[in-house]
Design a protein around this ligand. Structure first.
Ligand code: SF4
Ligand code: SF4
Length: 326
C-alpha cells in the first residue's frame, strides 16, 4: 500500500520548528518509515515543480511553520493547500504570527531603512535596498515581494489544525503525527494541545496566593528568582494564566516565566489584551485607596516593553494585527 505523502515547509521562520522535527530522535525514523516525504526544503532537495506535478489533495498532510512575510511564502502556502488533504500550522509563527509578527509594529520601509542603511555593521554607501526586479548584463533578476504586514498562516490559506509552541515540543508533534496517521483527529480547526491554562499544570501553582497583588514589577535579572515560587508572587510578569498548557513547562523549569508562545485557550480572541487585563487586575499597592497618580504611573512604567511583553507571539493574530498605517 502506498504510504501517505507528507510535506514540511518553512515560511518566515527561525528554523527552530525544523529542529523540533529532528528532536523527534528515533521517532523521526518511525515517521520517515511510515510516510513518504515529498517536500522538506531544510533537509531534502525537492523542487517546487515536484509538488506542482502532484494531484490536488495528493499530499496527506503539510506541516507549515513560520509566518507569511513574502510573496514566495504565500505562493508556496497556496500551492501546498491545493495539493494537501490537511494543512497543519506548525509552531507559534504559523499559528499566531510569532516573533516575526513583531515586525508589524514597523513598516517595510522602516525595516529596510534600519537593516540596510542604519545598522552600524552595514556598509552600504549607495543605500541600496532589495528590489523586486534588477537588470544585470545577463538579464533580469527577481526577488519575491517583501510584504508590509506579517500574516498568520490562516490569514492566507484555510488551516485544518494548529500545533502551538515556539517551537512545538516533540511529544506534541509525535502525538499529532500519530493522530493523523491513525485518523484519530479532533474537530477541524482544533489546536492540538490541552485546552487548559498553563497555571493548571504548573508546579508552582500551589505557591500562588489566593489574592495576588503586585506592588512592583520586577525584571528577572533584578532579583534572585526563587525556583519554587510562582513568578507573579515574586513580581515577575508570567503569562501562565492566559496561555495554553502542553509545553511541559520547559521555561518554568528553567526558572523563566511564561512568555505565552502556546497562545490562548479556546474562546480567547486576543491573548495580549487578556494578559494586560490579568496584570492590571493584580497590580496595585495594598491600600488602593491611597494610591496616587504618580504611584499608578510608576507601576505602569514597570512594564518596560508592553507590546513585546503581551504580544510577543501573537500580534498578527490579535485584534490590533499591526501598527496603524497612514
Ligand atoms: S515558532 Fe519559534 S521556533 Fe518556530 S519558527 Fe517561529 S520563532 Fe522559530
Ligand atoms: S503564573 Fe506562572 S509561575 Fe505562577 S502558577 Fe501560573 S504558570 Fe506557574
Amino acid at each position: 500500500m502506498a504510504k501517505p505523502k507528507v510535506a514540511f515547509y518553512w515560511c518566515a521562520s527561525c528554523g527552530g520548528c525544523e529542529e523540533t522535527v529532528v528532536d523527534l530522535n528515533e521517532g523521526l525514523l518511525t515517521v520517515a518509515d511510515a510516510v513518504d516525504i515529498v517536500l522538506w526544503p531544510v533537509a531534502l532537495d525537492f523542487k517546487k515543480k515536484d509538488d506542482e506535478s502532484l494531484g490536488d489533495g495528493e499530499i496527506a498532510v503539510s506541516f507549515i511553520n513560520g509566518s507569511v512575510r513574502t510573496e514566495e511564502q504565500e505562493e508556496m502556502a497556496k500551492l501546498l493547500r491545493q495539493k494537501s488533504g490537511l494543512v497543519v500550522a506548525f509552531g507559534a509563527c504559523a499559528h499566531l504570527g510569532g516573533i516575526p509578527g513583531l515586525g508589524n509594529f514597523c513598516t517595510r520601509d522602516s525595516i529596510f531603512q534600519r537593516v540596510y542603511k542604519e545598522v552600524p555593521t552595514v556598509e552600504n554607501p549607495e543605500g541600496i535596498t532589495p528590489q523586486e526586479k534588477t537588470t544585470v548584463n545577463v538579464g533580469e533578476l527577481t526577488l519575491p515581494e517583501f510584504y508590509d504586514t506579517v500574516k498568520t498562516l490562516d490569514q492566507v490559506i484555510p488551516v485544518d489544525y494548529y500545533l502551538p509552541g515556539c517551537p512545538p515540543p516533540p511529544d506534541l508533534v509525535m502525538n499529532a503525527v500519530n493522530a493523523i496517521l491513525t485518523g484519530n483527529l479532533p474537530e477541524k480547526g482544533a489546536v492540538l494541545a490541552p485546552d487548559k491554562a498553563l497555571c493548571d499544570t504548573c508546579s508552582r501553582n500551589e505557591t500562588k496566593p489566593e489574592k495576588l497583588a503586585m506592588a512592583e514589577i520586577k525584571r528577572p535579572w533584578e532579583i534572585k528568582v526563587d525556583p519554587e515560587k510562582c513568578f507573579l508572587e515574586q513580581g515577575i510578569i508570567c503569562l501562565g494564566p492566559v496561555t495554553r498548557s502542553g509545553c511541559g513547562e520547559t521555561c518554568i523549569k528553567a526558572n523563566q516565566s511564561c512568555r505565552g508562545c502556546f497562545g490562548p485557550v479556546n474562546g480567547v480572541v486576543d491573548q495580549g489584551t487578556k494578559g494586560l487585563s490579568m496584570v492590571a487586575s493584580i497590580l496595585g499597592l495594598e491600600d488602593e485607596e491611597k494610591m496616587t497618580e504618580e504611584d499608578v504611573g510608576k507601576l505602569i512604567d514597570g512594564v518596560v516593553d508592553p507590546a513585546g511583553t503581551f504580544y510577543r507571539f501573537s500580534l498578527p493574530a490579535s485584534l490590533l494585527k499591526r501598527k496603524r498605517m497612514e
